[in-house]
Design a protein around this ligand. Sequence first.
Ligand code: COA
Ligand code: ZN
Length: 307
Amino acid sequence: MDSVELVEVGPRDGLQNIKALVPTAIKIKLIHALADAGFKRMEIGSFVSPKAIPQMQDMDAVVKGLGPLPGVRAMALVPNSKGARRAFAAGVMDLEMVISMTDGHNNSNVGRPTAESIADLAYLLQEVDPDGKLTLRIGLATSFHCPFEGLTPERTVLGNIEKILAIRPGLEFALSDTTGMAIPNKVKSLATQALAEFGDRASFIFHGHDTSGFGVANILAAMDAGIRSFDTSVAGLGGCPYAPGASGNIPSEDIVYLFDRMGVATGIDLEKLMAASEIAASLEGALPASHVRAMPLANALALSRAA
Ligand code: COA
Ligand code: ZN
């Protein structure tokens, strides 16, 4: 049986886009419900400036309150080496550093051009983490499209992967459609080239948004290219506050339902995931967007179990 890895990013990508502060205890409840549904890897939040994203100001309390999550890799997003130091101090060693492939978005998102983020990454890896204690993935934001610069040239993304691998080989990269404007053939093309050029010294994951309705198709296109790890978000919550016009992530429940029906193992229990989805969808200010949520639950579960 074919299998894929789904990485749940709702507690980070989903919550960062909600203005009303979600109480720490509810964040913890959501993360526990997602772990209970079977996610083995999850982005639990970000160590970013509380001025930039007030929703993430309680990260230390979230990490403390979570306690151990046996068998779950709890990751956090960081925008810079300062965020990585905060994560270390909180005991989170599994990180995603976000670097946009366009200066326009990088300046808007993390206040500096792409090259400066890559230099800070080199500092982080060489000076802060010389012994390689950190597990790091690089979130290649705006890999397909930038809200300020339009379509991103494939060579720009591939060139940056090359530069980053020269600093430390073996990293994981998230080809990220931050604005949700990518189309399947472009996802397949970039993923195919990335795997062909760097597949022997890097691993790849696809992170998409569903702005133009092609999110699911884009995941299947990445899979066609050979990628087997995908970010999804419970109830489809999500969006970068620094990418105007972008809508939510690809809903976890839609992808679990689809893979169940395709006979592709995800390790996620759809019924338990729907319980987590209820928590996420009922948050003040949440904009749930999943198709499975709109189906009669008994029908969805029966079809997903029939495969
Ligand atoms: N966590 C908390 N505080 C941080 C920080 C971090 N990771 N990095 C920098 N800061 C602090 C600085 O110490 C400084 O504090 P001060 O005002 O008390 O002196 C302040 O933030 C401003 O830092 P500066 O280096 O001037 O950067 P900036 O104002 O351009 O902000 C970021 C840069 C990266 C901190 C900010 O843009 C950010 O957090 N962006 C994240 C955006 C995001 O989460 N997007 C969605 C996910 S992709
Ligand atoms: Zn995103």
